[in-house]
Design a protein around this ligand. Structure first.
Ligand SMILES: [Zn+2]
Length: 376
């Protein structure tokens, strides 16, 4: 089997004090800093940011809305008064995705642009004509997104009609700084949803059409870690060791799907998030085991996948996922306010190129409808 495996991002595992020192070493850059006040406080970065702002020409974005749109990208471009040569994004998946959107569209700085032209550039991939290779440091504050090692960022159309993305090799962060310490304060609901996102990345990458021996090993390692440590971290959220293991699980899953992409569960998740506000991790995990039933016969080394879960069949996996969600969020569409009457609209919006067609089994509209009805 011939295949490529890309590793374009330098990975650094740090603690908070090491990260402060790392930031203080950065000098004489024109920086776009994406960092909310809440994150600044959580990291106790205030003094260090003062130094950072003094040593660099720094434009800062203080507010990151969940699921960034073309409007949020325009807001970033409006805020910066000079083309940046370094981006530091500290936050959840949305902060890192917003940074990717801003880098992709940074050719607009100093030019005429509007929300419409930004949207057009994303939809028609015009930004690809301008290869903006910018040093980019991504610092995730959750354990799940994987965005710190991927070359694409999710951008949502502002009127909630479409999930878009920016994608290019030069959009992958040059460095990912993983700081398990900062995930200790993550609320339980976010811990669960981001953990389930990572589990979906690992599992979908495993059965993806583009999976390869390296990605599958990473997927299995991720699944083993998440299976062991998600229940522990939910029970004892303050335990550093459990948080650290979840960060590794998320990172391994990220490295796997950065090379293979995700599949049907992610494709089905987009309308659930866009139209019904279902958090990304739940929106992916809700169909994971039903999609697995469809995919089962086409999964390479399927028994190895079950072994990574430490289970002998799909129903056991489903029960395990439901058990983790118990008391936090029932994992059914109706529990998120998605009614039977909404299903048809979701079905019609689930087919995302690059995701659905990466599923090992070609799912028809009828199959997706059947999957959604089973989890209603
Ligand atoms: Zn995801």
């Amino acid at each position: 089997m011939n295949f490529n495996f890309d590793l374009s991002t330098k990975i650094r595992i740090e603690n908070v004090s090491g990260f402060r020192e790392y930031l203080e070493m950065i000098k004489n850059h024109k920086v776009l800093l994406i960092l909310s006040k809440t994150m600044e406080e959580r990291f106790q970065l205030s003094d260090c940011i003062k130094i950072f702002e003094k040593e660099n020409k720094c434009n800062r974005i203080l507010k990151v809305s969940p699921n960034p749109t073309e409007k949020d990208i325009k807001n970033v471009l409006d805020t910066v008064d000079v083309k940046f040569d370094l981006v530091v994004a500290i936050g959840g998946g949305s902060a890192i995705d917003l940074a990717k959107g801003a880098i992709a569209l940074s050719y607009c700085i100093g030019e005429n642009y509007s929300e419409e032209s930004i949207l057009e550039s994303i939809v028609n991939k015009e930004y690809l004509k301008y290869k903006n290779v910018i040093e980019f440091v991504a610092v995730p504050t959750t354990a799940g997104t994987g965005s710190e090692v991927t070359k694409w960022g999710t951008i949502w159309q502002g009127d909630h009609t479409k999930k878009l993305s920016v994608e290019a090799d030069w959009l992958a962060p040059t460095s990912a700084v993983i700081i398990p310490e900062v995930t200790v304060k993550m609320p339980i609901r976010l811990t669960l949803s981001s953990g389930l996102d990572a589990l979906s990345h690992a599992t979908e990458s495993y059965w993806s059409k583009k999976s390869n021996p390296i990605s599958r090993e990473l997927s299995k390692s991720a699944i083993r870690l998440i299976k062991e440590y998600l229940p522990k971290v939910i029970k004892e959220p303050d335990q550093y060791e459990y948080r650290e293991k979840m960060c590794y699980g998320s990172l391994f899953a990220g490295l796997a799907f950065a090379n293979t992409r995700t599949t049907a569960c992610h494709s089905i998740s987009y309308p659930l998030t866009m139209k019904h506000g279902v958090e990304h991790g739940f929106a992916c995990a809700v169909t994971l085991t039903e999609v697995m039933k469809y995919n089962q016969k086409e999964i390479i080394e399927y028994d190895e996948l079950l072994k990574a879960f430490g289970m002998s069949n799909i129903d056991e996996i489903k029960n395990w996922i439901d058990m983790q969600c118990s008391g936090i969020q029932e994992l059914r569409l109706s529990a998120f306010g998605v009614d039977k009457k909404d299903i048809e609209d979701v079905v019609q919006n689930t087919f995302t190129t690059g995701r659905m067609d990466n599923n090992p089994v070609d799912l028809s509209i009828e199959d997706v409808r059947d999957i959604l009805i089973k989890v209603k």
